[in-house]
Design a protein around this ligand. Structure first.
Ligand code: GAL
Length: 669
């Protein structure tokens, strides 16, 4: 999971900024006169890098064997002349009309097997050999032409791979799925075993009987659905790798693609992807459909740092203001752009890039915010951009420094896929909700977290939180147990440890994989309706879930005071070796969750900063204390150094005003 080119971000040395300001630049949507104005304004704003040619396929390759580079040449030259670097797109994200007209089999199919039409974007099947051939031809042309262009800083493969087309159910995908199954399992008997096909007479006797898990009359085989998720993530990763391999025959500049670590994209297992990119880049947009979008932003950035193996990473896209794709596109309030950018930088990003430079006049995204809005520079968006630009300049010393947390949260795509599958004990229990609840409780308690994979090395941590870690293999469960036995503190929540890596239930009682570590087991679940509250004996409440836990060594901290399992344990702790393991058998309310974490953190001797979002980045000579106040009251914090944003020298408690942030450089003794 390490970043193969740790110097790629932060040391690109772009523009005036240490923290790079950048954007998607789509000059093809504008007349050339506008490009000159763009260059002047980019210089004014201190833009250091632009993602260009991201959707350029139909422009540079207007027909089979036809190539037209004039416009891209001109744009690249202009960028260079303006001192701006290019994050050059391979242009493969969106297919040109001629390709899908000539080869309709490139088009992806929906879950019912019907084709999805061109006219939007990403209308290609990840398993299409024709798409692969033509896209690589394009990459080869682009990479060979621009490898030595002086504007080139890095390569942007495709765009948000899998944003729309991750799960394709066409016949080509079925054929590729069979090959993947053969490679993974060897024999059809092994597939039967992994998927439990004795159930409902689903047994296969040959690979060619197996399809993608298309829409069925009843529910689909969950093992098949899980493996299809894994296969689909892998197929797109192979497209990334194929494009990167072509680029690398021409260029030694860093290659990456923009991940979508957000609240609503779940199809790609980025723990598998991260080791394959030269630097980790993420796109993050605030999701106002969530109860607490700002906390989710912190979670996504912490997870991105985890994917980057702790190294600095790149925020490749966010919005200056509102997006255009939510039911209600909430704009950023005054000061929020800087505060939100600081939250990403605190968590390891060494750049802030936007979608996009200039707001489009046409197309689906014409109402998406941009650095240069429709109104031009006499606008809130432009003023916000300049304010941010100044802040990024002031934060230059932070570049390259890293975060070191002593508490971690385990995040796992297979648990997401299996817990959110059909026919679980409660469709109201959603994996990401439970992860966000744990992260939110940690934030409320003032505890900073790393986000790690199941199976990660836990030795740097004193506390590990495993929320709803539903699917887990033996080795990964044993690693958590060993961490506890060696003196660690672990908090495991309900729905964890129940199935193995094939989604087969672990026998002998729940929470299967963690029963011994936790010193307890249950034999039946009692989920409750979303609106029902379950009072616990300590006065806190739970919701969504209860189960009939009996302890076998664990100490009971709270019981259910009502509901379907009145009197049964709801919160427990077990001494295990030199450490302790807590279990929570319900969805604790926010303040109950935060106080439990406060008490566990005290036992793990972890510092807490309630009321503020505090993250520390460690540099060679200095540490950078990021203290962000997302709330509505002044909060004091003790600083000893210079606030890079305000220039103030602080030595003792100082207020962080509501809606603002301080980034204080403290010299190392
Ligand atoms: C991203 C995408 C951009 C743009 C943006 C709008 O998902 O990469 O091309 O569509 O969303 O928010």
């Amino acid at each position: 999971m390490s970043n193969r080119n740790p110097n790629a971000t932060g040391t690109l040395g772009l523009g005036a900024h240490g923290i790079v300001l950048g954007c998607d630049y789509n000059p093809e949507q504008w007349p050339v006169e506008t490009w000159h104005e763009d260059m002047a304004l980019m210089q004014e704003a201190g833009v250091g890098i632009v993602a260009i040619n991201v959707f350029g396929w139909s422009q540079v390759n207007p027909g089979p064997g036809e190539w037209s580079f004039d416009a891209l040449d001109k744009a690249m030259d202009l960028l260079h002349a303006s001192g701006i670097k290019a994050n050059l797109g391979t242009g493969t994200a969106s297919t040109p009309a001629w390709l899908t007209t000539k080869f309709p089999e490139v088009l992806p199919a929906a879950i019912d097997g019907t084709p999805r039409f061109p006219g939007g974007r990403q209308a290609w099947c990840p398993s299409s050999a024709i798409y692969r051939e033509y896209s690589l031809q394009l990459v080869d042309k682009i990479a060979s032409r621009y490898a030595d262009h002086p504007a080139l800083a890095m390569w942007h493969v495709s765009n948000e791979l899998g944003c729309h087309n991750a799960l394709c159910y066409c016949d080509n995908s079925a054929a590729a799925f069979r090959v993947w199954l053969q490679d993974t399992y060897g024999t059809v008997e092994a597939v039967n075993e992994a998927w439990g096909t004795a159930f409902w007479s689903q047994r296969y006797t040959a690979f060619d009987q197996i399809h993608t898990p298309r829409l069925t009359l009843s529910t689909r085989n969950p093992g098949q659905v899980l493996d299809f998720q894994r296969f689909s993530s892998q197929q797109l990763l192979e497209q990334y790798q194929a494009e990167a391999a072509v680029i690398k025959t021409h260029s030694d500049k860093p290659v990456t693609t923009n991940f979508m670590v957000t609240a609503h994209i779940r199809n790609l297992d980025y723990w598998q992807w991260a080791p394959q990119v030269d630097l980790v880049a993420n796109d993050h947009y605030l999701d106002h459909r969530l109860a607490d979008p700002t906390t989710e932003m912190g979670f996504a950035a912490d997870l991105t740092r985890g994917l980057a193996g702790g190294k600095p990473w790149m925020l490749m896209e966010t919005a200056v203001g509102a997006v255009n794709w939510q039911p209600l596109n909430v704009n950023r309030q005054a000061g929020e752009l800087v505060r939100h950018a600081v939250s990403h930088i605190a968590r390891g990003s060494d750049s802030i890039c936007f979608f996009q430079w200039r707001a489009s006049r046409q197309g689906s995204e014409k109402f998406h915010s941009a650095m240069v809005p429709h109104a031009g520079t006499d606008s809130q968006g432009w003023r916000d951009t300049l304010e941010l630009s100044a802040a990024l300049k002031a934060l230059a010393p932070v570049v390259g420094s890293t975060v070191a947390s002593r508490a971690a949260l385990i995040f796992d795509w297979a648990s997401w896929w299996t817990l959110d599958a059909d026919n679980t004990p409660s469709s109201h229990v959603r994996y990401l909700d439970q992860v966000h609840a744990a992260y939110t409780a940690a934030r409320q308690a003032g505890l900073g977290l790393d986000i790690v994979a199941a199976g990660a090395d836990l030795s740097a941590y004193s506390l590990v939180i495993a929320p709803a870690l539903h699917s887990i293999g033996d080795a990964h469960a044993q690693a958590i147990d060993a961490f506890v036995a060696a003196g660690g503190h672990a908090l495991v929540t309900f729905a964890s440890g129940i199935v193995d890596e094939h989604d087969a239930v672990r026998l002998g009682g729940y929470p299967g994989a963690f029963s011994s570590m936790l010193g307890l087991k249950s034999d039946a679940f009692y989920p409750v309706a979303p609106e029902q509250r379950l009072t616990l004996s300590d006065g806190t409440t739970g919701s969504l879930w209860s189960e009939n836990v009996t302890v076998d060594g664990a100490q009971v901290l709270a019981t259910f005071a009502g509901g379907p399992v009145e009197g049964f344990p709801a919160v427990t702790v077990n001494n295990r070796g030199k450490g302790k393991a807590w279990y929570v058998a319900t969805a604790l309310d926010a303040s109950g969750y935060a106080s439990l974490l406060t008490s566990i953190a005290a036992q793990a001797q972890l510092p807490l900063n309630p009321g503020l979002d505090v993250v520390v980045r460690h540099g060679e000579d200095a540490t950078f204390v990021f203290a962000i106040n997302h709330g509505s009251d002044n909060v004091d914090y003790e600083f000893h150094g210079v606030d890079l944003l305000s220039g103030e020298h602080l030595d003792g408690p100082a207020a962080v005003a509501p809606g603002t942030a301080r980034v204080v450089r403290e010299e190392k003794p």
